[in-house]
Design a protein around this ligand. Structure first.
Ligand code: NAD
Length: 354
């Protein structure tokens, strides 16, 4: 029986509640698919500050590097907001991503037919949307030097090297090869030199993937097209800042932040986490939606090449939603019964083991 070592970083706020449900579902699926998980917990974020005075202790990084994948909850909260920047939970997550070389962020926006009414867009616009944003995560304007600010002038620098663009483009084309075989590369090549290079390198990389169609789109147009007709997209490939904005826009097509998973990959070990934060306003009340984290666990199984187990989780979520079970955040959308975080996890686990 294959055993996977999973580093579990529950974090703060609702983190522990939602990760516990994902583990429940993973255990149910493991039994069914003949695989085994060894879960090892490490501290991150505010909970690590409380114990080690450090939001990302070396022990956590070492534990992650020693694992096959990382399941992450969420970090942060008002308790730690006043600390100096390097001690804040958010710095812990940035340090972890950087230390592990996680340069590619993958955020699928999957619509469940059962929840089309939860979106602010018209059902006919979003029904059938299945797109993924592949965002470069460790370069571009957020990290470029020089950066500067005084009272009268400030600037940042948007830098991409050929190597950085090649790496993220390969991730996007590989992703598209497994999906609907189309990459939309988003840039601002009509204005920015950095985007001109981006476009040239993406075209070169595309030659390795003859089955995948490539189109280019300016970022302003992409922002508009995402709302006008999101079904035209399969994989959106883009840099750090454009990806930051477009992936949040894409997530709103789905309706609730509690539904969206993500994967950060590229280094030795992939990290899987919901896109939302630690939701301190609802922590400890048993009302958080665990589906984003459970879907992240499904992405983790895909990454570990356990496709059947990954699909089993997605099918189970669909069934539970079709049966009308909703957590509080989705209570006004075709709900037959409102359930707690833990009940939602149990329902998905139960269905996944049928
Ligand atoms: P948030 O995503 O935590 O919450 C925004 C809103 O969405 C809140 O009303 C919250 O109750 C709701 N929400 C979030 N997840 C939900 C879920 N699973 N089910 C139901 N409702 C849910 O964003 P915020 O309030 O801006 O930030 C809170 C803390 O989280 C901050 O400290 C922030 O820095 C941190 N944060 C962490 C991450 C991360 O861990 N990757 C990401 C974003 C924000």
């Amino acid at each position: 029986m294959k055993t996977y070592k999973i580093a579990v970083l529950k974090g703060d706020g609702i983190g522990p509640e939602i990760v516990d449900e994902a583990i429940k579902v993973l255990d149910a699926v493991a039994e069914k698919e003949g695989i085994n998980f060894e879960f090892n917990e490490y501290l991150i974020g505010g909970s690590a500050v409380d114990v080690f005075d450090n939001p990302c202790p070396d022990e956590t990084i070492k534990g992650c590097l020693n694992s096959d994948a990382i399941l992450f909850g969420s970090i942060g909260g008002p308790k730690w907001d006043k600390l100096p920047k390097e001690k804040r939970p958010e710095s812990g997550l940035l340090k972890l991503r950087k230390s592990l070389g996680l340069f590619a962020n993958i955020r699928p926006a999957i619509i469940f037919d059962e929840l089309v009414n939860a979106s602010t867009l018209k059902p006919e616009v979003i029904k059938g949307v299945d797109l993924t944003v592949v965002r470069e995560l460790t370069g571009g304007i957020y990290f470029g030097e020089p950066r500067y600010k005084d009272d009268n002038k400030a600037y940042n620098t948007m830098i991409y090297t050929r190597e950085e663009i090649e790496k993220i483009a390969h991730v996007a084309f590989k992703e598209a090869s497994k999906r609907n075989k189309k990459v939309t590369s988003v840039d601002k090549a009509n204005v920015l030199e950095v985007s001109e290079l981006w476009r040239e390198v993406v075209e070169e990389v595309a030659k390795n993937y003859p089955d995948v169609e490539l189109e280019h789109m300016y970022v302003d147009n992409a922002a508009m097209q995402l709302i006008r007709d999101p079904k035209q997209f399969d994989v959106i490939l883009t840099g750090n800042i454009f990806g930051d904005i477009l992936s949040d826009e894409a997530s709103m097509i789905v309706g609730s932040i509690g539904l969206l998973p993500s994967a950060s990959i590229g280094g030795k070990v992939g990290l899987f986490e919901p896109i939302h934060g630690s939701a301190p306003d609802i922590a400890g009340q048993g009302i958080a939606n665990p589906i984003a984290t459970i879907l992240s666990a499904s992405m983790m199984l895909d990454y570990l090449d356990e496709k059947k187990a990954a699909d089993r989780i997605k099918k189970s979520i669909k069934k539970v939603l079709a049966d009308g079970y909703r957590t509080k955040d989705l209570s006004s959308f075709d709900a037959k019964e409102i359930v707690t975080t833990s009940e939602m996890g149990s329902l998905i686990a139960e269905n996944a083991s049928n």
